[in-house]
Design a protein around this ligand. Structure first.
Ligand SMILES: [Zn+2]
Length: 320
């Protein structure tokens, strides 16, 4: 495997989908590790982007694609959460105000700029520098694209991460939900909470009357995907409880688990990280009260190392 980064031969080009008038989803196949979705809203004199991409190459391709739709500059960039596939490209957005929940800024700074750690196959990240949010909020903020509002709201608890936000366009009935949903890929909860995610998906996301939902990875969808993902999270919690009761480690539990209907989803090794988090959610590890509601009580490096073990000792595939 070369250290240089090129699209996997089977990956098609990113797809630009106008999901409502002037509202676009930018969908990057195949949605696996570090290949995320973004989106943007075109206003009369500026563009608002929802998330950036992981590498310089992918982010520049995204910015070039925006320019084919509007000559206006990107004036605001929303980060739905701190993960690098959504934020490493921030520094390429020029003078845009970078907006995120306040814990997103903290986590981005704690994780730092991208590097090749050996967890994933090496990636050519290009010339990107750490660019944390420049405008943070605790609960919610309303942005305006001309006369069209974008409601940006923190989901209220740890879910996919500690700092997930939704971007809701009430007039267009379009919801950008970041990595609370994966479409065709395995959800990844290591830095969040399974129980929190189930609560958020059921009680925060599902009631939103969205006509179109743009997930963080995979094709735009409707409410049906919410039930599919909740079903997976409940499956992981159930096998985690059985593993705890049997005295098995998260890795041992993963190795004994038949993923069944979830076996064909991308990045199946995430089951191991998800089990580490599920064990904490269920009180078998983590903080003094056993809760992982703060999304921070799991040894992330140990969990990632276990994911490599589950993957046959090979670094996790990455086509970013
Ligand atoms: Zn993420």
């Amino acid at each position: 495997m070369s250290a240089s980064s090129h699209d996997h031969p089977e990956l098609g080009p990113p797809e630009l989908i106008e999901v409502a008038d002037g509202v676009y989803a930018y969908v990057q196949p195949d949605g696996s590790w570090y290949i995320n979705n973004t989106g943007f809203v075109v206003g009369p004199s500026s563009v608002i982007s929802i998330d950036g991409c992981s590498t310089e190459r992918r982010t520049r391709a995204y910015l070039d694609r925006i320019a084919t739709v509007s000559p206006a500059p990107v004036s605001m960039l929303i980060n739905t959460h701190h993960h690098g596939d959504h934020t490493y490209g921030n520094s390429l957005f020029g003078t845009a105000t970078i907006i995120a929940q306040e814990k997103c800024r903290d986590e981005m700074i704690a994780f730092g700029p991208p590097g090749n750690t050996g967890i994933w196959e090496p990636v050519d990240w290009g010339n990107v520098t750490l660019a944390p949010p420049t405008l943070t909020f605790a609960d919610r903020v309303r942005l305006w694209s001309g006369d069209r509002p974008l409601e940006v709201s923190y989901v209220g608890q740890a879910a996919h991460t500690s700092n997930d936000s939704l971007v809701w366009l009430p007039e267009q009935e379009v919801l950008f939900c970041g990595d609370l949903l994966f479409n065709g890929g395995t959800p990844f909860l290591l830095m969040g909470s399974l129980r929190g995610a189930i609560d958020v998906l059921t009680n925060v996301v599902a009631p939103i009357p969205a006509r179109v939902i743009v997930p963080g990875h995979g094709a735009p969808c409707d409410h049906q995907l919410i039930g599919t993902v909740v079903g997976y999270l409940e499956f992981v919690l159930a096998i985690a409880q059985r593993g705890i009761d049997a005295g098995l480690s998260p890795l041992e539990t993963a190795r004994q688990t038949d993923l069944g209907e979830y076996d064909g989803w991308l990045d199946r090794e995430r089951i191991v990280g998800n089990l580490h988090r599920a064990y904490a959610d269920l009180g078998a590890a983590g903080g003094a009260d056993g809760s992982s509601a703060d999304g921070s009580s799991v040894d992330v490096i140990a969990a990632l190392t276990d994911m490599i073990a589950y993957n046959g000792g090979q670094p996790l595939s990455c086509y970013a």
